[in-house]
Design a protein around this ligand. Structure first.
Ligand code: UGA
Length: 441
């Protein structure tokens, strides 16, 4: 099948490469000439495990190509995916200007039936706005071509996106036209074998499903973070509580890890956008509001522990930081807990020596060269000449360090762990003080 994908960002590239991998002819369109040049010359503008090889294989096979020619994009695919960004506006609502710009282009160039697929995370009602926009452009041209607008939200996790696309838990398709639903079913058939995972529903329910899923997951995390603070105060260990409650299948073990707050480009943005959608329609959502507030607060908890340990005197001290990315297996630092922590440390007059397996370049891009931030290529090298070790991202390679060697580098012999990576007893036995989340020191 012929497919066009507007937007060669994270979602667009993963979607395009995976759809090409199963034999479709995919054309990716982006307005950024440099990005398209990079893709055409064999580069990939984002870090995602496995994506380079997948893109290269399909590009070489002639099934995946890249262009800035939007009209060629509209001519190419029966399916026109919209996978452009929806950054938050200042009031928290999603900025739809990029989505509607693609709708304009489709309306201006449409000459035949097309299925427009909203893949970007967009507020309820966006499919209707996209349809209205295309219809307006068609009217201006005195054209009456048929088209449908479908909501097909993505559920990709950064770091595991290709697997999530190739082996989805569910494929949500929101359409009010049963025939279009069947065409989407055919498109997704290669990813939908053995058990039917495709859920057909009306457009608005599909749009809301995406926000509901992310808000539910964010709620689980904020709940656990709040409980972690309770556990600490009452002399309990949140890690035991986590295992205790996770054993109930109604609760489950997934997504109940306490930590130093959730980050990334999705949860913070989507919780705020859903809150905004609700209040705009006159619905009170105190729970969503609390999820966001708890998370905001949790991003300060580790710093407060550090500050308390050093009696508020961080001036001139140097700290080692392991982890910059908002989670492992990505170089993404959007809304990462590391950022708030680093900025607090700087404000208190401290310096940071940071290591991350892939995100140091991103940190350099965000913060530039500065005297109070050193970015190291090696996790042990980051410890040299520092007061304490702080961990904010649970990369696997941090799980089993030589704790004796760590101890010998840290002047104050203390680890502040925002991800509860170690057994407190084991750390204590090495002669280190261990400060983690929701547990007794
Ligand atoms: C999230 C969802 O998990 C995806 O299903 C969704 O498709 C995606 O958003 C999206 O809307 O595009 P992602 O942002 O890549 O995916 O990251 P997650 O793996 O969900 O992690 C989000 C944050 O929650 C991270 O900062 C992580 O450290 C934190 N987290 C996660 C916890 O603090 N505790 C947990 O138990 C789990």
């Amino acid at each position: 099948m012929e497919i066009t994908i507007f937007g060669s960002g994270y979602v667009g590239l993963v979607t395009g490469a995976c759809l090409a991998e199963v034999g479709n002819d995919v054309l990716c369109v982006d307005i950024d000439q440099r990005k398209i040049d990079l893709l055409n010359s064999g580069g990939v503008p984002i870090f995602e495990p496995g994506l380079d090889a997948l893109i290269a294989r399909n590009r070489d096979a002639g099934r995946l190509s890249f262009t800035t020619d939007a009209a060629a994009g509209v001519a190419h695919g029966l399916f026109q995916f919209i996978a452009v960004g929806t950054p938050p506006d200042e009031d928290g609502s999603a900025d739809l200007s990029h989505v509607l710009a693609v709708a304009d282009i489709i309306g201006q160039n449409l000459t035949d039936y097309r299925i427009v697929v909203d893949k970007s995370t967009v507020p309820v009602g966006t499919a209707d706005r996209v349809a209205a926009c295309i219809r307006e452009r068609l009217n201006e041209r005195n054209q009456r071509h048929e088209f449908d607008v479908v909501s097909n939200p993505e559920f990709l996790k950064e770091g595991a996106a290709i697997d999530d696309f190739m082996r989805p838990d569910r494929i949500i398709v929101g359409t009010d036209n049963p025939r279009t639903g069947e065409l989407l079913r055919a498109l997704y058939a290669p990813f939908n074998r053995n058990r039917d995972r495709l859920l057909l529903m009306d457009v608005r329910s599909a749009e809301l499903t995406k926000y509901a899923a992310n808000a539910m997951l964010a709620t689980k995390i904020s709940f656990m973070n709040e409980l972690a603070n309770v556990a600490e105060a009452v002399g309990a260990d949140i890690e035991r509580v986590r295992i205790g409650i996770g054993s109930d299948p109604r609760i489950g073990y997934q997504f109940i890890y306490p930590g130093c707050g959730y980050g990334g480009s999705c949860f913070p943005k989507d919780v705020r956008a859903l809150e905004r959608t609700a209040t705009d329609t006159g619905v009170n959502v105190p729970l969503l509001h609390a999820v966001e507030a708890v998370n905001h607060r949790q991003k300060d908890v580790l710093f407060e522990k550090i500050n308390a340990f050093f009696d508020g005197d961080l001036q001139g001290k140097t700290f080692a930081l392991w982890g910059l990315a908002f989670k492992p297996n990505t170089d993404d630092m959007r809304e990462a807990s590391s950022r708030r922590l680093i900025e607090h440390l700087w404000q208190a007059g401290a310096r940071v020596r940071a290591f991350d397996p892939v995100a140091t370049e991103e940190a350099r891009r965000i913060y530039g060269e500065r005297a109070d931030l050193e970015l190291l290529e090696d996790q042990m090298a980051a410890l040299e000449g520092t007061e304490a070790l702080i961990i904010v991202t649970e990369w696997n390679q941090f799980r089993s360090p030589d704790l004796g060697a760590v101890r010998d580098q840290l002047a104050s012999r203390v680890i502040f762990d925002g991800r509860n990576m170690f057994d407190p007893l084991q750390v204590a036995n090495t002669g280190l003080t261990y400060v983690s989340i929701g547990r007794q020191a």
